[in-house]
Design a protein around this ligand. Structure first.
Ligand SMILES: [Mn+2]
Length: 425
């Protein structure tokens, strides 16, 4: 049965309970999962999609239960202070978010499950190994991997370039969301939810505003408040308009709503990584791939390389170089890249790229460097504390300033993976 209209907070409790039941009683369930970097976009895309579809499931659904899953263990929540900020605005206790720790152990995989991918279009890692054949639906803004079947009916199959995947989820869910809002207003579905000071319509509008603020968080962060060059598409603008209109409908929220200060608050929360160790900074926004039996990892970091070297110095455990090598060894990586973003005090946005390759993969890294030099406008740069060895055939490392700041991991990862494929054998 569909979930009756209620708050996001109540929905998460319902979803967690039903996931638990599905594991132990083996009834059908849909899991809506974001990518393994588990950034804001993955969080909000999966929450929004699961919430709307649980209340208004499509016809011929596999199950009316949609569980939003974060593709990290719960220990990873601590590394994402921006989640705490968003959860507060959406009135969700962060410990109610559903993570990999809530899935059954490897020895007893879920049997009656369909997966819907948001913010990626190929299940990677352990989930991919176990559940790739159960994927039925995708909404994503990364490069097409041709891993999801052509026909995903009744779930969508949308892969389209834009700033934030959440914008595509908003467009997809608009009609259902409007139906939910108007029918709960007319039937008084919100009655008796403990918010005695407000009438039913005001309660529904507050729930809508909380959901809208949650969804807006990642669109604003991913598009730098709709200003990022080369990233913002019409669907991002339309979705922001739509969500802001939802906030305006709740008089309680409309009074306090200020998009610029909301964006600033989230951006600051996201950049506050001072309490994290170097390894935690590298794990915080990390993605991995396997090409031709070789592992690649890319960490996105919101501070410059200089900050990371300093972090290693302060920790006094081992040098930056040694910590990188350990990070690679622990993940069996042959190539590891760090992509940084930062803004100077004068407001200049800067991107850096570091690539580190073991001797077995150095030819792939060199190939990427040749092709990427013009594509990303890479300019050699020397960073104090990061030596660049240049014995041929040995361990390989290079640091660049990436002058084309419009290109992110979405563009760098495919070229690196291509270089790894083409140097195979
Ligand atoms: Mn995304």
């Amino acid at each position: 049965m569909a979930f009756p209209c209620n708050s996001l907070r109540a929905f998460l409790q319902h979803a967690k309970t039903n996931l638990f039941k599905a594991i132990h009683e083996e009834h059908n369930i849909n899991i809506v999962v974001g990518n393994e970097s588990a950034d804001l976009d993955s969080l909000t895309s999966s929450l929004l999609y699961a919430y709307i579809n649980s209340i208004a499931p499509p016809r011929n659904n596999f199950s009316p239960l949609y569980v939003p899953l974060l593709n990290i263990p719960s220990s990873g929540l601590r590394l994402r202070p921006e989640f705490t900020a968003v959860c507060e605005h959406a009135n969700i206790p962060p410990d109610r978010l559903i993570t990999l720790d809530d899935l059954p152990s490897q020895s007893m995989p879920l049997k009656s499950v369909r997966w819907i991918l948001v913010d990626h279009n190929k299940l990677q890692g352990d989930l991919g190994y176990r559940y790739s054949s159960r994927v039925q639906g995708v909404i994503d803004h990364h490069e097409e991997e041709n891993a999801v079947p052509e026909n995903t009916d009744p779930e969508p199959r949308v892969i389209e370039k834009c700033g934030s995947c959440t914008s595509l989820v908003v467009r997809q869910c608009k009609t259902a969301w409007d139906c939910i809002s108007s029918s709960s207003l007319s039937t008084g579905a919100a009655h008796g939810q403990g918010e005695v000071a407000m009438d039913d319509s005001a309660v529904t509008q507050v729930w809508d505003a909380q959901l809208a603020k949650m969804a807006l968080a990642s669109i604003l962060v991913d598009t730098a408040n709709l200003t990022a060059p080369g990233k913002v598409e019409q669907v991002d603008r339309d979705s922001v308009d739509y969500l802001e209109a939802k906030i305006q409908m709740s008089s309680k929220d409309a009074r306090k709503w200020d998009r610029d200060s909301y964006y600033k608050e989230l951006d600051e929360a996201k950049r506050d990584i001072s309490s994290l160790s170097l390894t935690e900074v590298l794990i915080k926004d990390y993605k991995g791939w396997t090409e031709s039996a070789t592992n690649l990892g890319i960490s996105s970091v919101v501070k410059p390389l200089e900050f990371l070297v300093q972090k290693a110095d302060e920790e006094k455990i081992s040098s930056f170089e040694d910590q990188l090598q350990r990070f690679m060894d622990e993940r069996s990586l042959s190539i590891f890249a760090i992509m940084t973003t930062s803004t100077s005090p004068d407001g200049d946005f800067k991107r850096e790229l570091l690539i580190e390759a073991n001797s077995s993969a150095s030819s792939s890294a060199i190939k990427f460097a040749e092709q990427g030099a013009s594509e990303f406008q890479l300019e050699d740069v020397t960073i104090e504390g990061i030596p660049t060895p240049d014995q041929p055939g040995q361990h390989w490392r290079k640091t660049w300033l990436q002058k084309d700041v419009s290109k992110s991991r979405k563009q760098v990862a495919p070229l690196l993976r291509k270089a790894m494929k083409s140097t195979d054998g």
